[in-house]
Design a protein around this ligand. Structure first.
Ligand code: PEP
Length: 248
């Protein structure tokens, strides 16, 4: 099980430090669960220092696809690795929606992350209107195939996919455990087809909270959660990690 917190564009320096310290302390007895926090870039170094000695790993929320160069304002995989990142979120729906990220761009970033020893958390998920039109599997299939197109088999344990229905992100609306499980089973079979092996953890994301985490994490094809809002407080985040520990 992996529970990863995506802090998005929240927390100023002191807040990030306090949150990291509180998370590390709240989950210290839950070592059967892999835990990660993904703070904004500017806090990575400080949060990394706060996490030293704990089993909570560091992740970034995005990265650029090039090695280095004239890309003002961007951050490379090498930079992330150098400050202690283990994970990097790629293709979050907010990146797709507000910053024009495409499956082709996601594919290049996944390759770059893997080349630098970062573990990509690749986000996929359909919009509400796509689900209403019955196209959710078609959309997710296109995103998963696009993200991994042309890649050799990825070493088992080197890839994470997060299924995040866009209509459930930050809305308080969660996919039912059965709906999420149905998509997770589909994604797992897709990954087997595309990669030829069971190579990835599949996380659920979309308004996961202490009250609904257990039922979601009990599903056979849900291997953890990507948590937005509920990761901004150590107590709610730790409660989700505790729910995962019950299932681990
Ligand atoms: C996310 O943005 O990855 C997410 C799952 O957000 P929330 O938990 O707030 O829905």
């Amino acid at each position: 099980m992996l529970i990863a917190g995506n802090w998005k564009m929240n927390t100023a320096a002191g807040e990030a430090r306090d949150l990291a310290r509180a998370v590390a302390s709240s989950v210290r007895d839950m070592e059967t669960v892999d835990v990660a926090v993904c703070p904004p870039f500017v806090h990575l170094v400080e949060v990394s220092a706060e996490l030293r000695g704990s089993h909570v790993r560091l992740g970034a929320q995005n990265m650029h696809s090039a090695n280095a160069g004239a890309f003002t304002g961007e951050v490379s995989a090498r930079m992330l690795k150098s400050v202690g990142c283990h994970y990097v979120i790629i293709g979050h729906s907010e990146r797709r929606q507000y910053f024009g990220e495409t499956d082709i761009g996601v594919n290049v970033k996944v390759r770059q992350a893997l080349d630098h020893g970062l573990l990509p958390i690749v986000c996929v998920g359909e919009l509400l209107e796509e689900r209403q039109a019955g196209r959710e599997k078609e959309v997710v299939s296109e995103q998963v195939r696009g993200a991994l197109a042309g890649m050799d088999a990825i070493q088992p344990g080197s890839l994470v996919v997060a299924y995040e229905p866009v209509w459930a992100i930050g809305t308080g609306e969660t996919a039912t455990p059965a709906t999420a499980q149905d998509m997770h089973r589909f994604v797992r079979s897709l990954l087997r087809e595309v990669q030829g092996a069971d190579s990835a953890l599949i996380l659920y994301g979309g308004s996961m909270k202490p009250g609904n985490a257990r039922a979601l994490l009990q599903q056979p094809d849900i291997d953890g959660g990507l948590i937005g809002g509920a990761s901004l407080r150590a107590d709610t985040f730790a409660a989700i990690v505790a729910a995962a520990a019950e299932e681990a």
